[in-house]
Design a protein. Structure first.
Length: 366
């Protein structure tokens, strides 16, 4: 067995191509010996992400109708490799697949050799369009890189085995883009201010500009039961539309959409406020959990990203007044209405009662 390497294998492939054409075409009808016009092969510039695969169509602009075979060689630069299953792609002729044109691909080092022979002398008609596809894979790069791919040794063959060669080689550019890194997003709730106005803010931290945000927030059960919490927008109303919809007693859907071309700039921004009335100070000591989920962010470039669900715990242990006398722990200390106003005694309806040990309960007088 003879082993062929490098250029010797390349030359052998070319000779084999010509030999196969000669054998197939020997029985074909005589075609005028006049030199036909040379077709024009066209390959456009393309781009691909590093590590990705690109399928490049090879087109033929043909002013004659006497060609039934072709071959060419692509010289691939470093960082560009052919993909092995390229030979599964059929030729496209006159807008449809033509199965009797077989495309073969072979690789020799940095050379990708492509040839096609018709088994029935089917011709490439005028303005054939796509004659084959070449699938290439690009290495991963750290910065955008443009690679020039040269196409040489282009030859077309007539049914009477007359070879036609263009006077010039062609080339095209394949741009390799650095892999896109997802932006950083973080959503949080600022600490509550308990003294004076009782409120906090939902904050979005982002490494890119944002056009819209949506999420679902679930508030603690006791806060929902006493209707202690409400939400409001912290963004300029003329620039953003903030829609807050109550799904049930504990759950709210929040949607923030940009008006016109406004964006939430990269960095940290308070997007919504949480306010509570003064009765929040009457809640029993402990952690009160806010849950945010179904969080979706649309960046300024239109891409949508999801953020992991977020949990915020409000520690109310420091807001409680503890009794120093155990024997008075069960005695009522103060009475409050549901809106947080202190009242001298229980009133008709619902009254919140705070005991000396910090417990809070409610009584109903009908």
């Amino acid at each position: 067995m003879i082993s062929l390497r490098g250029e010797s294998r390349y030359s052998f492939c070319k000779r084999l191509f010509l030999f196969v054409i000669s054998v197939i075409m020997m029985s074909s009808a005589f075609v005028s010996a006049q030199n036909p016009a040379t077709p024009q092969m066209v390959i456009a510039d393309y781009s691909v992400s590093g590590g990705g695969v690109v399928q490049i169509p090879v087109k033929l602009k043909n002013n004659a109708s006497a060609f039934c075979a072709f071959q060419f060689t692509m010289v691939l630069p470093d960082g560009i490799r052919p993909i092995a299953d390229s030979d599964t792609v059929s030729v496209v002729l006159n807008g449809g697949l033509l199965s009797d044109h077989e495309v073969r691909y072979s690789c020799l080092d940095s050379l990708l050799i492509v040839n096609s022979v018709s088994m029935t002398n089917a011709l490439f008609k005028a303005d054939t369009g796509v004659i084959c596809y070449v699938r290439l894979v690009a290495d991963i790069v750290t910065a955008e890189t443009a690679k020039t791919i040269r196409v040489k040794d282009v030859e077309y063959c007539t049914p009477n085995v007359q070879m036609v060669t263009p006077t010039q080689d062609l080339s095209f550019t394949l741009t390799i883009k650095a892999p896109e890194v997802d932006p950083d997003f973080r959503i949080d709730i600022d600490p509550f201010t308990i003294s004076g106005s009782i409120e906090s803010s939902i904050v979005i931290e982002s490494s890119v500009d944002i056009r819209s945000i949506s999420f679902v927030i679930t508030i603690p059960e006791l806060m929902a039961e006493y209707r202690l919490v409400s939400f409001f927008s912290r963004l300029l109303l003329t620039s953003f539309n903030t829609d807050i919809t109550e799904i049930d007693d504990r759950t709210y859907s929040v949607s923030i959409e940009s008006l016109s071309d406004s964006v939430i700039r990269a960095g940290s921004t308070q997007i919504a406020g949480i306010s509570a009335n003064k009765a929040i100070a009457l809640l029993p000591a402990g952690d009160y959990v806010f849950n945010l989920d179904s969080i979706a962010v649309t960046a300024a470039n239109g891409k949508v990203y999801t953020i992991k669900p977020f949990e915020y715990r409000l520690d109310l242990s420091l807001t409680q007044v503890k009794s120093l006398m155990a024997d008075t722990a069960d005695e009522p200390v103060e009475y409050y209405s549901l809106d947080g106003r202190r009242i001298p005694e229980p009133a008709q309806g619902v009254t919140l009662v705070r005991y000396a040990d910090g417990r809070v309960s409610k009584i109903i007088i009908r």
